[in-house]
Design a protein. Structure first.
Length: 662
C-alpha cells in the first residue's frame, strides 16, 4: 500500500473519532477568513468615503490581530497533535515492527497533516464565504445602511492570507510530528498503552496551604482590579492580572488534594454507582494537568469578559453618540481667551450663508459660578472629581436649547437651581443633595434646589462633554456672572446634509470684525468617528473572544477524547465485572461534565469581578442597560461551550463503545 493511500485511510478513520478537532480547525479557518474579508463586502462599495476609511481601519487592525490569532490557533493545533500522536504510538510501533523506517512513518504523518489541512481549509473557507453574507447584514446595521440584496462576495486577499497563515501553521506541525517520531523508541511505542502517568500525590496540609494561599492571591487581585476600575492601565493593572493567573494555578494545584477527600467523607455518595471510579479518574487528571486546566480557565475568563465587554461597550457607545449629537453643528470660539459676541453675525461676515444651511440656531453662554463639584456635593463627591468646575446657564437659554432639540422645557422660581449631569456615576450623590435641599451660594445669592429631577440632556454637539455638571440658574443671576464659554448650535434644513457638512468643513472661520477664530463640530463627523471606534472595537474583541473560547473548549475536548482512548481497558474491565452500558455511559458523562465544569466555574467567578469593573466603567457613559447585553454575550459563550461539551461526551462514548466491541 502506498504512503498516500495509507495516509488517506488514516485521515478518513480519524474524521469520525476526532470530530471536535476537525470542527475546531474549520471554525478557525472560517473566522480567520471572515474577519479578514471585511473590506470585500458588497455594501462597502456603496459607502461614503469616511465609512470606507473606517472599514479600512478595521481591516488594518484585523491584520495585526490575525498574527496573534494565528499563533494562538497554531499552539492549539500543536497541542491537539500531541494527543493524536500519543494515541497512535502503538500503531506507529507496529509500522516499525513491519519494517517501515522512521522517515516513512514521518512521511505518513506529513501526508495526513496535509490532508487534514486541505480538508479544513476547503470547508472552513466555504463556510466563511457563505457567512460573509450574514456579516454584511451586521455591518449594514452597525453603519445604518439599507442592505437587502443577497450577494456572496469572494475576497482573494483574505483567501491568500488565510492559506498562507495556515500553511505556516501546518508546516510547523509537520516538523513537530517528524521530530516526535524520530525521538521515539520501538519499545516505548509498543508499550505506550501500558505506561501510566506517574501521579505525585500531595499531602493534605500542603493542599490546604496552597488553597488558602490561592484564595489570598485571588482576593488581592480582585481588590486591586476593582480599585483600579480600568481607569489607568498601569503597573497596578498588570500586577492584578499576574496575581489572578498565579492564584488560578495555585487553586488547581490544591484542588486534587481536596476533591477526593471531600467526597470520600460522604461514604454514601462515594460508593454510589461508579462515583469512586469517576472521582479517582478526575483526581488523577487534575493532579497531573493542573497547569493546562489553569490555562483553559484563564482563556475562558478572557473569552467571557472580552465578548461581554465588546457587546456592552458597543451598546454604551451607541447611546453616548446619540446623546452627544443633539444638533447638526455646534460653533465655538477657539482661542484661549473667552469671547462673548454675536457669533451668528460673525459667521455671516466670514462668508457662511447661515439662512441657507440652518433651519434654526441658538447662541448661549456658560457662566462662571465659582463652585466646584466637591463644594456642591460635599462628601458625596467621588474621588478625583472634587476640583471639577461647575458652570451655569440661564433657564431662558436652557429652554431655548430644548425648543431647538424638541424636548420639554423647565421652570424655576426665584432662588432655585436645577442640575444637568451626563455622568451616571454622579447621579446618586446629586440626587441625594437635591432631596436634602442642599443650598449653594452663587454671586452672593443663596439658591435652593428646584422641583426638577437631575437632567441628562447635552447642551452642545461635541466629541465629549465640556462640563461634568452644569447648574441651571435664574436669568438675572446668570447674566450677572462672567462668561466662561460661548457656543452657537443649529439644526440643518432638510436637504443634502453632506453638502452642508462640506460647506462648514473648512474650519476655523475668522470674523473680519474682531478677528475671533470660530471652530465647528459636526454631528455627522462625531457620529462616524465614534461609530468607527465602537465597530472596530466590537469586531476586534469578538474576534479575540470567540477564538479564545474555541481554543479553551477544544483543549478540554481533546484532553477528554484522549483520556477516553487511554481508559478503554479500564472500561472493558468494568464491563467484565458486570457493569452495564448505561452505567458506563453515565460515568463517562459525569467525568466529562466535571472536567468541563471545574475550569468554567472559576472562570465565571473571575468574569463576575471583571464584568463588574466593566459595568462601572460603562456607567460613566450613562448606559444603564449594559448588564443585559453583557448577560446575553455570556449566555452565547456558555451555549457554545455546552455544544463542545456534548460533542466531547458523544465522542468519548463512541470511542469506548467501538473499542470495547472491537
Amino acid at each position: 500500500m502506498s504512503l498516500c493511500k495509507l495516509s488517506f485511510q488514516n485521515v478518513r478513520k480519524s474524521i469520525k473519532d476526532y470530530t471536535v478537532y476537525f470542527l475546531t480547525l474549520m471554525l478557525g479557518v472560517c473566522l480567520f477568513y471572515l474577519f479578514n474579508a471585511l473590506d470585500s463586502q458588497a455594501l462597502v462599495q456603496g459607502m461614503s468615503e469616511i465609512q470606507q476609511d473606517i472599514v479600512q481601519m478595521m481591516v488594518e487592525m484585523m491584520a495585526v490581530i490575525s498574527v496573534f490569532i494565528s499563533v494562538v490557533l497554531g499552539c492549539l493545533i500543536l497541542y491537539a497533535n500531541r494527543y493524536l500522536v500519543k494515541r497512535r504510538k502503538k500503531e506507529f510501533g507496529i509500522y516499525m515492527l513491519l519494517g517501515m523506517p522512521k522517515r516513512k512513518i514521518s512521511g505518513v504523518l506529513a501526508l495526513e497533516t496535509s490532508f487534514i489541512g486541505l480538508f479544513s481549509l476547503a470547508v472552513g473557507l466555504a463556510l466563511g464565504v457563505f457567512l460573509s453574507q450574514g456579516l454584511s447584514i451586521v455591518v449594514s446595521q452597525l453603519f445604518k445602511i439599507q442592505y437587502s440584496e443577497f450577494q456572496v462576495v469572494f475576497s482573494p486577499q483574505a483567501l491568500v492570507k488565510t492559506i498562507l497563515y495556515f500553511a505556516v501553521i501546518f508546516l510547523v506541525v509537520m516538523v513537530f510530528n517528524v521530530r516526535t517520531i524520530s525521538k521515539c523508541k520501538l519499545i516505548d511505542l509498543i508499550q505506550a498503552e501500558r505506561k501510566n502517568e506517574q501521579v505525585k500525590t500531595r499531602r493534605l496540609w500542603v493542599c490546604v496551604i496552597l488553597f488558602l494561599l490561592s484564595l489570598g492571591v485571588l482576593g488581592t487581585a480582585y481588590a486591586m482590579i476593582i480599585k483600579n476600575g480600568l481607569q489607568t492601565l498601569d503597573g497596578s493593572f498588570t500586577l492584578s492580572i499576574v496575581l489572578g493567573i498565579v492564584g488560578t494555578i495555585l487553586f488547581f494545584m490544591s484542588l486534587s488534594g481536596f476533591l477526593l477527600r471531600v467526597v470520600k467523607s460522604n461514604r454514601k455518595l462515594y460508593l454510589k454507582n461508579l462515583n469512586m471510579f469517576v472521582l479517582r479518574q478526575i483526581n488523577s487528571k487534575v493532579n497531573t494537568a493542573f497547569l493546562s486546566i489553569s490555562i483553559v480557565c484563564v482563556l475562558l475568563f478572557f473569552a467571557i469578559t472580552i465578548t461581554s465587554t465588546a457587546i456592552g461597550f458597543n451598546s454604551a457607545m451607541n447611546a453616548d453618540v446619540e446623546q452627544s449629537t443633539p444638533y447638526s453643528a455646534t460653533f465655538g470660539y477657539t482661542q484661549s481667551e473667552r469671547v462673548d459676541g454675536d457669533m451668528r453675525q460673525e459667521l455671516i461676515d466670514a462668508g457662511i450663508d447661515m439662512d441657507a444651511i440652518f433651519e434654526a440656531t441658538e447662541q448661549y453662554s456658560y457662566r462662571e459660578t465659582g463652585v466646584t463639584l466637591g463644594g456642591l456635593m460635599g462628601n458625596l463627591c467621588p474621588q478625583k472629581s472634587e476640583d471639577h468646575i461647575v458652570n451655569g446657564i440661564s433657564v431662558e437659554r436652557y429652554n431655548a436649547l430644548m425648543r431647538l432639540q424638541g424636548k420639554p422645557e423647565i421652570s424655576l422660581a426665584d432662588g432655585e437651581y436645577a442640575v444637568i449631569s451626563l455622568f451616571a456615576y454622579l447621579n446618586d450623590g446629586l440626587d441625594e443633595i437635591l432631596q436634602n435641599g442642599r443650598t449653594v451660594e452663587i454671586g452672593g445669592q443663596e439658591l435652593r434646589p428646584g422641583k426638577q429631577q437631575i437632567l441628562n440632556t447635552a447642551l452642545e454637539t461635541a466629541m465629549g462633554t465640556n462640563n461634568t455638571v452644569v447648574l441651571i440658574l435664574p436669568q438675572t443671576l446668570a447674566e450677572s456672572l462672567p462668561v466662561a464659554d460661548s457656543f452657537l448650535c443649529g439644526q440643518y434644513r432638510a436637504g443634502d446634509t453632506d453638502a452642508f457638512d462640506d460647506m462648514l468643513a473648512a474650519e476655523p472661520f475668522v470674523s473680519p470684525a474682531n478677528g475671533a477664530s470660530i471652530g465647528v463640530t459636526l454631528a455627522n463627523e462625531i457620529y462616524w468617528t465614534q461609530t468607527g471606534t465602537r465597530v472596530a472595537f466590537l469586531f476586534v474583541l469578538l474576534y479575540i473572544g470567540v477564538v479564545f473560547m474555541i481554543v479553551a473548549a477544544a483543549a478540554l475536548a481533546l484532553q477528554q477524547l484522549s483520556e477516553a482512548s487511554d481508559n478503554v481497558g479500564r472500561y472493558a474491565l468494568l464491563s467484565k465485572l458486570g457493569v452495564d452500558r448505561k452505567m458506563i455511559n453515565r460515568s463517562i458523562f459525569s467525568q466529562v461534565a466535571i472536567y468541563f465544569l471545574i475550569p468554567m466555574a472559576l472562570a465565571i467567578v473571575h468574569s463576575c469581578v471583571g464584568i463588574y469593573v466593566v459595568l462601572q466603567m460603562l456607567n460613566a457613559f450613562g448606559e444603564p442597560n449594559s448588564f443585559l447585553h453583557i448577560l446575553t454575550a455570556g449566555g452565547i459563550i456558555l451555549a457554545i461551550y455546552l455544544v463542545y461539551f456534548f460533542a466531547t461526551y458523544a465522542g468519548c462514548k463512541s470511542t469506548v463503545r467501538q473499542q470495547r466491541t472491537a
